[in-house]
Design a protein around this ligand. Sequence first.
Ligand SMILES: Cc1ncc(COP(=O)(O)O)c(C=O)c1O
Length: 427
Amino acid sequence: MSDLYARHKAVLPDWLALYYKDPLEITHGEGRHVWGDDGRKYLDFFGGILTTMTAHALPEVTKAVTEQAGRILHSSTLYLNRPMVELAERIAQLSGIPDARVFFTTSGTEANDTALLLATTYRRSNQILAMRNSYHGRSFSAVGITGNRGWSPTSLSPLQTLYVHGGVRTRGPFARLSDADFIAACVADLKDLLGHTRSPAALIAEPIQGVGGFTSPPDGLYAAFREVLDEHGILWIADEVQTGWGRTGDNFWGWQAHGHSGPPDILTFAKGIGNGMSIGGVVARADIMNCLDANSISTFGGTQITMAAGLANLSYLLEHDLQGNARRVGGLLIERLRAVAAQLPVVREVRGRGLMIGIELVRPGTDEAHPDAAAAVLEAARAEGLLIGKGGGHNTSVLRIAPPLTLTVSEAEEGAAILERALGSVH
Ligand SMILES: Cc1ncc(COP(=O)(O)O)c(C=O)c1O
């Protein structure tokens, strides 16, 4: 055991899980690569859990952060903050939400917490509809709407949560139905559920479930849900913490795959926008955002240093059409991985869109999750110089691939070749 690992174990919580039998310290990065304390260079297909959205050490972001650090790091929300106003203006406009207001937080958890506070206050209800297999953060309120046992350390909650079908297309009671029938079955189930409840405040959903293993419903499910929710005045919260900013290639926001419903009432974001700086936030219609009748601040939310990073990062993303790159390079990568998987019975499914790709592993010939195989592929990929992630419902048996959105075609090919060998080695 390395000295740092021993010190980690001695002083940090047991539940703070590390990847790899021999955990890795990442010392620096550049572009789509990082370097480890083992002296090796790695192609990074996980970007620090989808946070390094554009590139490691992107000069534009480094410059903006350095310049801002030389002026002021933070002044709190008690004072006017130019970079915060500028980033809020840009995000409000990009969100598609009419008359939008933006509140910045320091994490996705705090963003979702805020969304729950807004929705429950606005609707005077503590009931929340959430999706099975969901993940929305680690706080007391967020774990109360988490439909994934592996990330749900308590069932105590200030909220009453009702779990809805539909976030996982290829497992569960409706898996064998066609897309249209799947949607119809989920809508019928939602209607039935609503017939047995009081009046929920909101439905919260990740358009593609992140921690849950990059699972998603057929396009259009949330639009169909929206029609039902609207009849009851129930709000729709889209958790775009993983799916935002063009990562899914086809769309800038994940909710747009359900486009004809129009934008959600509340949208939450975090992870990629700061390229590693702690930015989270909530966008909501003004009447919803302004429904609180007491003060509320996040002391570090929207601090100048993080906003400078966010502005530079977002500008780079838009000016270089990284959504288009995610669509093109992600499309090639998923095709290549599907071809590989077709030869390997350990792979149940390759799914996702853009640069958000999941590979679900099972015990060959069954539908049984195979977490040991996922762990083995993770190690084998690392041995060949590729970092990937893991996730998935009951057992973490889904490999998660989510590189920085500047990924090149040759890097995608290099990563796919390593994955082919890594998957083949467990087969
Ligand atoms: C969809 C989703 N929502 C919320 C969160 C929580 O974000 P954070 O870890 O920044 O609190 C995560 C984190 O993985 C997430 O994937």
